[in-house]
Design a protein. Sequence first.
Length: 432
Amino acid sequence: MWILHQEQEGQAGAGNSCTVSLLSAHTVTMSTSKSTTKVGAAGGMNGAGPAHHDLEDGHIRLSLEAREHAWLAPLASKVDQSKGRERPEPLDSYRTEWQRDRDRIIHTKAFRRLKHKTQVFISPEQDHYRTRLTHTLEVTQIARTVARALRLNEDLTEAIGMGHDLGHAPFGHIGEESLDEAYRRFDPDSRFRHYEQSLRIVDVLENNGKGLNLTWEVRDGILHHSKGKSDLKAGKSLDLWLQRGKPATLEGQIVRICDRVAYVNHDIDDAIRSGMIHYEDLPKDCLEVLGQRHAQRITTMVNAIIEASSEVVATEHDPLRQALDRIAMRDDIMHATDTLKNWMFDHVYLINTADEAPRVRNVIHHLFEHFMSKPQLMRGEYANLCPAGQDVDSLTQPALARCVCDYIAGMTDRFASQIYTQLFMPSSWRGV
């Protein structure tokens, strides 16, 4: 079992640093500085709501919970067995806890900003390129299809999918790398990683510094959604899996693998639309295995995940070791997918990065330095990100760098470009 720790320095406040780690444990608890929510043997969340649930109050939610036990696979996550929230709350009459988490994420400002954040091609002028928002919706749709076929929990899958990319910086992965560089110049011991920033958004930054108070399972899936280069194949050892911080639920693993299915396919679509590559350039051996058309390739990959994962999901034996590394693709489809992904790195991602990186790095570094020297110019809620009781001018350099990093990470491509233009370009050059 697991404990997800949020370690906060100093007083509780919007600007506190947030370090998240997964540690093994023998009890099913979620330990925090404020409260501990335990899951009883019957699956109820002690302290998470009223002690009784009669049919006149919450019977719709209870029927949804009962339906999970009747329908879902043995290893599927069940919402009434959730490890709960950091701050106990009354249960909702009509929605399960994971449905509430999904709704909270969708209504955040960070989620709305995804529509103006780049996926691969920076600030494209045409209407049909993917953004972080469309990518999020595509990942979630694909992941729900897989979860339904495997009889896993669609609500948990959807909540993780909706929140998995909230922490992305402006200007795509180039922006993330540039922000990491700028951040470490002022705090060498810290890093900027979008998956950690996604968790920081839902834990700390949203809701005026109170966070969304999401359930443990959704937070775990958001934190561990990011994929490595060779994590699709089944059969990895449990110890290696745990060391690399993989999702603790099968639903989190679904989002992780479907993230790759979505981006490999829609990035091909966008690259062809941009003229960077042509359909005829794509490796023919991969297309013969995966399919000639966009929809065919997604269908092939989704079917391969379901086929490779269905047997282990249905088992009831030794769930941790049987399940942790078994949301996977069939080997032949995995090989073709990895080959296609590597081809995209060589012919699209690295070339696009080489073209755009100098400009993006210039924007991010100049903005970071500017707000480190003039933090009072940060706008909106980000001006109030400093730890409770501290004025922005009295912050240590690492604490201030954390605030500036949050501010820039929250910018859209358009807003970052506008601020950079206002600050560093002569007025006579603007619009040229």
